[in-house]
Design a protein around this ligand. Structure first.
Ligand SMILES: Nc1ncnc2c1ncn2[C@@H]1O[C@H](COP(=O)(O)OP(=O)(O)OP(=O)(O)O)[C@@H](O)[C@H]1O
Length: 582
């Protein structure tokens, strides 16, 4: 119940639907219990008393009861669903919002497929209990209490004999719950894994196909699928044992009732009608009690689901905005004071004692082997991660002083593999600033050298892109991303290997576009090629998270250090290519 308590603020505001649904449920249950009483009256006072003229009246009473029951059932069902559906609607929104608040640290370990299954199957599991399970639990309790009351009213000794096996039912139900709950948690987990497999495979279909790993991936899916099946079978086996056991206990009760009830009727301690009514009532108790297994099943599933939902809702937000965080225009002065960044505790630090100063409008080049920490520098400016030690300042204030939105909207990114959404080109360009006019968007695209190729497309700016920008070349995606960066008019710009994936001609175009976008902005160029950053005001050479050299291109190229080595290699390459061409 603790789990459900924690989620109370989602369902409690809609309690009126629930209580109204219960109100109608009370009618449904009460009328159900009235049936055997009508039967008893028919046998004792009509059939045995030869009062056949009463039969039409009894039929009418029955009919009226059924009509009332029909209406009550409709409202009970609809309001119950309204309660469940409205609750999870709010919950899904809250989960999605939380996913946007969680920092990159969370996503470093999270799996997309698993998150998807939490947002769909688990949310639905929880809804099912709210809509159906909870009311069913109350229906069962009501039905048992009402039926028992009528039974005790008819005959206390017979009611006691019939109910002798009840505690045994309680034990079976309790044991069932103990076993079935962990089984359901396993099912939910393996479903998450199955989803992860599908999502990863479809996203990485290019890699799978180009490396001919289809069979391997099919095998891996099959094994996850098998795991899911096994877990389901395990619960099915627990479930299958439960039913016959409950039925057996129920039948023992019925036998006890017939034996002792028959004896009472023969001895005149009970009327025939009462015995028949008893026989119906006993199944009103046994049936719901057996159904308790199903409800517990629902409860276990939804509890397992709710626990998984809470894991997201309660996940630690390690990048938190201060209460007095400021939203102000940022000029773009970036300073690092002795900054050390460690992603995972006990791992080697990704950045070690990094210091630099980039006044507004300056261009900083970051170069170094892969994994040397270039991207990590920029992750700290946007406060995607927090440094372990040292200060990251923007315009002289720690980045944590700013509202995240204010800070991040002042920083433009052009990444090596820009992410484009499956909407129109126009929407992709205006993603960071959706209020832009068509004219401004076209202007940004022109400055990004993208206008020409966009106009060659069948629907121009309205051309719809496929998932992740399918339908565009790498260089085209890059230019759309540059246009997107121009649109948000950032004071700080990060170009992360922006020209690494394109040919010389496209690189030339992109460089031209980048020059345009860098004007008047503090820019960080991350590059492997010296040609991309040789005009930077300061080039920082990183090795294993440390600054090993810094200065302008002219200074570094004669410094006999790492930079010169990289330059020589790239220069030699060019010589070789030129020689080969000639
Ligand atoms: N999210 C993360 N969690 C854990 N370790 C990380 C994370 N991101 C980067 N690292 C590690 O930090 C180090 C620096 O990575 P970073 O991406 O900054 O290097 P880089 O110089 O930009 O590399 P590349 O040129 O390949 O992009 C690497 O050892 C990398 O494995």
């Amino acid at each position: 119940m603790h789990t459900f308590k924690k989620l109370k603020h989602f369902y409690w505001p809609y309690r009126k639907y629930f209580f109204l649904s219960l109100f109608f449920l009370f009618f449904v249950t009460a009328i159900t219990v009235v049936y055997p009483i009508v039967l008893q009256q028919t046998i004792d006072n009509v059939v045995l008393a030869d009062q056949y003229y009463l039969i039409p009246y009894i039929c009418i009473i029955f009919l009226v009861l059924m009509i009332i029951k029909g209406f009550a059932t409709y409202y009970h069902q609809y309001l119950g669903d309204l309660f469940g559906i409205t609750t999870v609607y709010k919950m899904r929104d809250a989960l999605y919002e939380k996913l946007h608040v969680l920092s990159f640290k969370y996503y470093d370990n999270a799996k997309t497929g698993d998150i998807m299954s939490r947002l769909t199957a688990d949310v639905d599991g929880f809804r099912f209990f709210l809509s159906l399970g909870f009311a069913e639990l109350i229906r069962i309790t009501l039905l048992i209490v009402l039926s028992l009351s009528v039974m005790f009213y008819f005959s206390i000794p017979l009611a006691l004999v019939t109910m002798a096996a009840m505690p045994l039912l309680g034990v079976v139900v309790y044991r069932f719950d103990r076993r079935v709950h962990p089984a359901f948690r396993k099912i939910r987990k393996s479903f998450g894994q199955l989803n992860t497999r599908v999502q990863e495979n479809i996203s990485g279909m290019n890699t799978v196909k180009s490396l001919s790993r289809e069979d391997f991936e099919i095998g891996r899916f099959s094994s996850s699928n098998d795991d899911y099946r096994q877990n389901y079978l395990k619960t099915a086996s627990i479930w299958s044992k439960y039913f016959p056991m409950m039925e057996f206990i129920g039948n023992v009760c019925a036998v006890a009732l017939l034996a002792f009830g028959g004896y009472l009727v023969i001895n005149g301690g009970l009327s025939l009608g009462e015995l028949v009514a008893f026989f119906s009532l006993v199944w009103y108790i046994m049936g719901p009690l057996m159904n308790l297994g199903f409800v517990i099943n629902l409860f276990s599933q939804s509890k397992a689901s709710a626990e998984r939902l809470l894991e997201i809702l309660e996940a630690e937000e390690d990048i938190v905005e201060k209460d007095d965080a400021i939203a102000t225009e940022i000029k773009g002065h970036v300073t690092f004071n002795d900054v050390t960044l460690t992603y995972t505790k006990d791992d080697d630090s990704a950045l070690k004692n990094i210091s630099f100063d980039a006044p507004p409008g300056k261009v900083i080049g970051l170069i170094g082997a892969t994994g040397s920490g270039k991207t990590s520098v920029t992750q700290l400016i946007t406060r995607f991660y927090e440094p372990e030690r040292g200060d990251v300042l923007v315009d002289g204030r720690p980045v944590s002083d700013y509202k995240l939105k204010s800070l991040r909207s002042s920083i433009g990114f052009v990444l090596q593999e820009p992410f484009l959404f499956s909407t129109s080109i126009r929407e992709n360009i205006a993603y960071g600033n959706p209020d832009m006019s068509d004219e401004q968007i076209i202007n940004a695209a022109k400055r990004a050298q993208a206008h020409e190729f966009i106009m060659e497309m069948p629907n121009g700016y309205q051309t719809m892109l496929g998932e992740r920008g399918m339908g565009l070349s790498g260089g085209q995606k890059q230019r759309i991303a540059i246009a997107r960066a121009i649109c948000i008019n950032p004071s700080i710009l990060v170009l992360d290997d922006a020209t690494s994936a394109v040919d010389m001609e496209t690189e030339f175009k992109i460089q031209k576009a980048l020059k345009e976008v860098m004007k008047g902005r503090t820019s960080f160029i991350i590059a492997h090629r010296i040609s991309s950053l040789k005009h930077a005001d300061e080039i920082i050479v990183l090795e294993d998270g440390k600054v090993v050299e810094r200065g302008t291109h002219d200074h570094l190229v004669g410094n006999n250090g790492t930079y010169q080595r990289i330059y020589d290699i790239q220069y030699q390459d060019r010589e070789e290519i030129m020689n080969a061409v000639n």
